[in-house]
Design a protein around this ligand. Structure first.
Ligand code: SF4
Length: 328
């Protein structure tokens, strides 16, 4: 019988303590120690409610890498199993209020008043082209490509009649020029074929669903692109979910944390009051960029910490034990 020493290691934001009592064993118990969280009333609700241990089985002593993987999986399972939507409209308004105090009140942009593709554009097609140009590149590169394209083709009809290879040359600074030139040219051509003009301005009077249905037919315009056009160009109440909005909303408990971006988009657009959608997008984007970052969220200086349900932010201790299996 071999006794291996206890050890502690970090797994993301978790501290994992392992205690191998006996190595010729089969059953591992993984428990989440909530003592600190129970004492700390600001701990996430999900952590305070957690009671039953989670079990995973090994035939032999796992190495640290395997433990890392399994602890992550277990935490994900905890998040999924225990998540329930407890956000209220009052809480949503409070979060937006606190973030507005921290980052400033979001203001609607006017034409040309934007450093990125989501700003207000001259026309719906201009907005679609700007978002195509912004795909997989920085704001700086896409803005440069956008300005060059508009300088070369001030009239969208000229752009439509141009050879895609000429468009490609003009937007080269934006990256993926061949693909983007093809998408832009295809969009303009198809719109002209469908409506007899190089314009989609008639969509301004349509409902959100009609706009989604129409724009969704064109290659290169995905759900996030369309949502940006709806919110920023058409002033419709729709909430685009980018990587920052997805992460922040999952962490604070407004959407299931294990949801895909698409599912979170559908979920939030049903639960967030329409008049909060613009502010939520702008504020969560800033919050995700500056404080609630992917790898190292700065929870200590977060203005909405007391309203956040992110289980890992309190440095939950996960205890791993291996004990002899009497049935062997
Ligand atoms: S920074 Fe921390 S406390 Fe703030 S929203 Fe993100 S996870 Fe929650």
């Amino acid at each position: 019988m071999v006794l291996s020493p206890a050890r502690t290691f970090r797994c993301g934001l978790l501290t994992v303590e392992t205690e191998y009592v006996e190595v010729s064993v089969k059953v591992e118990k993984l428990e989440v120690d909530d003592k600190e969280n129970v004492e700390n009333q600001k701990a996430p609700i999900s952590a305070r409610r957690r009671k039953s241990p989670i079990k995973i089985e090994y035939d032999e002593e796992p190495d640290v890498k395997t433990l890392h993987k399994d602890v992550k999986k277990a935490v994900k399972r905890i998040k999924k199993d225990e998540w329930e939507d407890k956000s209220t409209e009052e809480e949503m308004r409070e979060v937006c209020h606190l973030l507005s105090e921290y980052y400033g009140i979001p203001r609607k942009r006017t034409q040309g008043d934007s450093k990125n593709a989501c700003g207000r554009k001259r026309s719906i097609l201009d907005a679609c082209i700007a978002v195509i140009l912004s795909q997989n590149t920085s704001n700086k590169n896409s803005s440069r490509a956008s300005a060059a394209l508009r300088a070369a083709y001030p009239d969208l009809n000229d752009m439509r009649e141009a050879d895609p290879s000429d468009i490609e040359e003009v937007i080269r600074s934006g990256g993926l020029a061949k693909i983007k030139a093809g998408r832009i040219h295809n969009l303009l051509t198809k719109v002209h074929e469908d409506y007899g003009e190089t314009s989609l301005e008639f969509l301004r009077d349509k409902s959100v669903e009609e706009v989604k249905e129409t724009l969704g037919r064109y290659k290169g315009l995905g759900p996030k692109t369309i949502s940006c056009v709806l919110l920023f160009t058409l002033d419709k109440e729709d909430l685009p979910v980018d990587t920052h909005v997805h992460r922040v909303s999952g962490r604070i408990g407004w959407a299931p944390p294990t949801n895909s971006r698409e599912k979170t988009y559908n979920y939030l657009n049903k639960t967030i009051p329409p008049d909060l959608k613009y502010d939520t997008h702008v504020l969560f984007f800033k919050h995700g960029q500056q404080v609630c970052q992917s790898q190292t969220p700065k929870c200590g200086s977060c203005p909405i910490r007391h309203l956040c349900r992110y289980p890992e932010k309190t440095n939950t201790v996960v205890k791993v034990e291996i004990k002899e299996d009497k049935d062997i």
